[in-house]
Design a protein. Structure first.
Length: 278
């Protein structure tokens, strides 16, 4: 996947690493979030739309316009379309999909950080359940819609939040030693009829990016495919689906869209994989 120049500077240079250490301080992060939610920040919206060539057709725009930049960033579409055919796994978001086979020594590169599956989940026992399976990594760009839905229906049996961490390596003069960053993550394990146990994870950012998942009530742990799961505020932008061995095969038509980076553009609600028992 392509790294942005900003991320390369922040994560892979000594000056950038020093700046990153300041930026991730809680006070700085809260201040940035406050600014992006303040009314004055709505002045950024026209520039952001032009810069990223965002199509605003079909967007539910409030009568008085967006109240802030974050209000715009978490915008809603008026209508959605979902493939709810039994045995179809749908894309949880708009973005670019990369499928990765989960080998025993598999390493996943997500938001400029490499994880083993055990590190990603913070649970080695759960990670073993997915060996030989498939990881679907969805990268959202600044131009994408940042609300997301459940990829399949089923019962949520586990929910977990993992805070982000910055492990600062002692600076090496004029070197380009990368910092070790672990992004904030939230995931749910969902028991489904056709895909056995599936994990759906959202990956945020250390800076202002926040994951805003809707809470499930204690007596309503059953979720529907296509139901809104939550949204990212500015800065958060990756979703990962983990599927067990021999449960799905990727939709063939997606490979025709694959770009030079091995990514496939997808839209929330479209079928990306099918159950192998069909």
């Amino acid at each position: 996947m392509r790294d942005s120049l900003i991320l390369r500077f922040l994560y892979r240079t000594v000056p950038g690493r020093a700046l990153l250490k300041i930026l991730v301080q809680p006070k700085v992060s809260r201040a940035a979030g406050f600014i992006l939610s303040a009314r004055v920040s709505k002045r950024l919206v026209p520039y952001y739309i032009r810069k990223h060539k965002i199509d605003m057709n079909g967007i539910d725009i409030p009568a008085g316009g967006f109240s802030s930049f974050n209000d715009f960033f978490t915008r809603k579409r008026i209508m959605e379309s979902f493939d709810l055919t039994p045995g179809h796994l749908i894309s949880p978001c708009d973005g670019f999909l990369t499928p990765v086979e989960i080998g025993r020594e598999a390493v996943f590169s997500i938001k400029n950080t490499c994880y083993s599956l055990g590190e990603l989940l913070k649970d080695d026992n759960m990670a073993k359940r997915f060996e030989g399976g498939l990881a679907l990594i969805f990268r959202l760009t600044p131009a994408n819609y940042h609300r997301y839905c459940y990829a399949a229906e089923g019962y949520v049996i586990r929910s977990r939040k993992i805070p982000g961490k910055l492990h600062c390596v002692r600076p090496v003069a004029l070197g380009t030693v990368p910092v070790f960053v672990q992004n904030s993550r939230e995931y749910q394990a969902v028991v489904t009829d056709r895909f056995r146990t599936m994990v759906q994870m959202e990956v945020g950012a250390l800076l202002v990016g926040r994951i805003r998942n809707h809470r499930l009530s204690a007596d309503a742990q059953y979720v529907q495919a296509g139901a809104e799961k939550g949204y990212f505020e500015f800065g958060g932008s990756t979703i990962v689906l983990l599927l067990q061995k021999d449960t799905v095969f990727l939709r063939e038509a997606l490979y025709q869209r694959m770009d030079e980076n091995g990514e496939m553009p997808v839209r929330m609600g479209e079928c990306v994989a099918q159950a192998k028992d069909q």
